[in-house]
Design a protein around this ligand. Structure first.
Ligand SMILES: [Zn+2]
Length: 341
């Protein structure tokens, strides 16, 4: 083959990364993005299994750097502002109430929270009377906080390294964890194995098909590179879960906790030299925000003035199933199992 032919092939068939989930090379570049350290990334979509994934795949060092302690906030809490922490606690309590209802108030149920963070959600379940509470969290400040709760059977490791008995749990929860998992297919297989028949899975993640994702692309808050490695459109995820033997019970699109701020921070990202300035300020990440105090006041003003509008927009988005995040409730039910295609 002559060199000119090699160049022709390279030009007509650009190199695309292989999908990390199905190994197909039918992948397509979607848009560029950047992280807090101004490193460049791209989002690709696999046309075979329909996963979106971050490319290049972050190295172990890049991931460790991105999970630096400010990700979880300093001290005992994620957010530095007590008002904000109290606001988030309202939603943790709401999620505990949801699970309480889903389990028909059966307080002897076995519950596993994957990516349990500082354990606050499990704490609310404990207050509801549940006592078989298990958590998995990566080593770090968050896990240290969760370890202080004696009622949590905590495994400080990743989901792929932990082992539980087959059909052990009545409920498994993953709140904004799925998008962090390097091998979501393996994770779903493990969850299917650990969950009892009729067990409940509650899972939430950013909605890559949302209005805010489509408008803001690489500036979108919930893209959060390089910590968020994979995304799925809600309808594709529901189909995939049926292949794993899960029936959809319900979906929730409205989230005042996540979605209006998703709009606000994404707009601010478009107008700033650094992304997530306001969000990092709320977490007390002074090293990141200290030279931006003047502009942060403007960001805060924009946040306060525009919040009601974006709450309204989230309600409209949720009617169209296009909110920035989505929460699903599935039931493990072998009769639901559908083959691919
Ligand atoms: Zn694929």
């Amino acid at each position: 083959m002559e060199i000119s032919e090699v160049f022709y092939i390279l030009k007509s068939k650009p190199m695309t990364p292989r999908c990390p989930f199905c190994q197909s090379n039918q992948t397509k570049y979607i848009f560029p993005t950047y992280d807090l350290l101004q490193q460049n990334w791209t989002v690709y979509k696999c046309y075979s299994c329909r996963y979106y994934f971050l490319y290049p795949f972050p190295t172990k060092e890049q991931l460790q750097q991105s999970y630096h302690f400010e990700y979880y906030g300093k001290g005992a809490k994620k957010f530095s502002f007590p008002l904000l922490e109290n606001f988030i606690n309202i939603y943790r309590k709401k999620r505990a109430k949801l699970l309480y209802r889903l389990l028909n108030k059966k307080t002897q149920a076995y519950i596993l929270d994957i990516g349990c963070g500082s354990g606050r959600f499990l704490e609310y379940l404990y207050k509801k009377g549940f006592y078989h509470l298990y958590g998995v969290e990566l080593p770090g400040y968050s896990a240290q906080r969760a370890a202080q709760y004696p009622f949590i059977k905590l495994h400080i490791t990743d989901i792929y390294s932990v082992s539980f008995n087959e059909k052990m749990f009545d409920a498994i929860t993953l709140f904004h964890v799925f998008e962090h998992l390097p091998d979501p297919n393996m994770a779903l297989q493990l969850i299917g194995r650990w969950l009892k028949d009729d067990g409940v899975l509650v899972i939430s993640f950013p909605n890559i098909a949302s209005q805010q994702a489509r408008w803001f692309k690489g500036h979108w808050l919930h893209l959060d590179p390089p910590r968020h490695l994979n995304f799925m459109e809600p309808q594709d995820f529901i189909s995939k879960m049926q292949m794993f033997g899960f029936c959809l019970l319900t979906t929730q699109y409205t989230s005042l906790e996540q979605n209006p701020f998703g709009y606000i921070q994404s707009i601010l990202n478009m107008c700033s030299s650094k992304r997530e300035l306001l969000f990092e300020a709320f977490k007390g990440h002074k090293a990141y925000t200290q030279s931006h105090f003047k502009v942060l006041w403007l960001h805060f003003l924009f946040f306060a003035l525009s919040l009601p509008f974006f709450v309204l927009l989230d309600i409209i988005d949720s009617l169209n199933q296009q909110s920035g995040t989505v929460l699903f409730v599935f039931k493990k039910e072998p009769l639901c199992k559908k083959d691919a295609n």
